[in-house]
Design a protein around this ligand. Structure first.
Ligand SMILES: [Zn+2]
Length: 237
């Protein structure tokens, strides 16, 4: 990424997140209730860094001024004992992914399996929390029975996952945001993550009246990203 572009992203991003984000749809489903199905009373033995990141997700969003983001924080908390988050081992079919949510015959609402790249052992809790937020959103979408076997549902699922990441980014405190912005100047990966988040972020100064960035717009953004066209359209054709 060229320097001028990186700088532009930083300026826009800083004004977005300092203004405070709000996200219209976080996948909180009122009809199916909160934490439906998760009956485990003990957490899975997951690495300490994942425990810290999940608790950061819950705490920061719980402190967000927007009720919808607070509600989402509670929803994650309801599923906390059912999140089975582990590093994947090298050589698996999805080894290029930073993380993925896997729902197969071994899965259930009580066993929501999330796999994270071993390269995250050296990342800090902020970046790990942002990654986990995306995958946890997929897990909750499945657990709440919202996932359907078609391309449209796949696009909606991704749109919600990205919106939830933007909401977490906007829930971090000033020190944490400054730390991420500083890192984006030296890390190409962090800079491109922020570049990717921009279309999913809302500048409240633009439209405070109607939560301008609704689900339909978010889905349109996902439908414009070739990786997701590949993942969602091609899989169900
Ligand atoms: Zn995803």
């Amino acid at each position: 990424m060229r320097k001028s572009l990186t700088l532009l992203i930083m300026v826009v991003l800083l004004s977005l997140i300092l203004g405070g984000l709000f996200i219209n749809n976080l996948g909180v489903n009122k009809n199916t209730g909160n934490g439906v199905g998760c009956t485990r009373t003990e957490p899975y033995p997951i690495p300490e860094e994942f425990k810290r990141s999940v608790s950061l997700i819950i705490q920061r969003q719980g402190q967000n001024q927007h009720q919808q983001i607070k509600d989402y924080s509670q929803l994650v908390d309801k599923y906390i004992n059912c999140l089975n988050i582990q590093y994947y081992t090298d050589g698996t079919e999805l080894e290029n992914a930073d993380g993925y949510f896997k729902f197969d015959r071994n899965s259930s609402v009580n066993n929501l399996q999330i796999f994270v790249s071993p390269k995250y052992t050296t990342k800090d809790d902020l970046l790990t929390a942002l990654l986990l937020q995306h995958e946890i959103s997929h897990a909750i979408y499945q657990a709440q029975g919202l996932a359907q076997n078609n391309a449209e549902s796949c696009f909606i699922d991704e749109a919600r996952a990205f919106s939830s990441q933007a909401a977490l980014l906007g829930s971090f405190n000033e020190e944490e945001r400054n730390s991420l912005v500083a890192r984006s100047r030296t890390s190409k990966n962090v800079a491109s993550f922020f570049a990717m988040m921009m279309p999913f972020s809302v500048n409240p100064k633009q439209d405070r009246t109607k939560n301008a960035f609704d689900e339909a717009n978010t889905i349109m953004v996902v439908k414009g990203i070739p990786e997701y066209v590949n993942q969602c359209s091609n899989r169900y054709n």
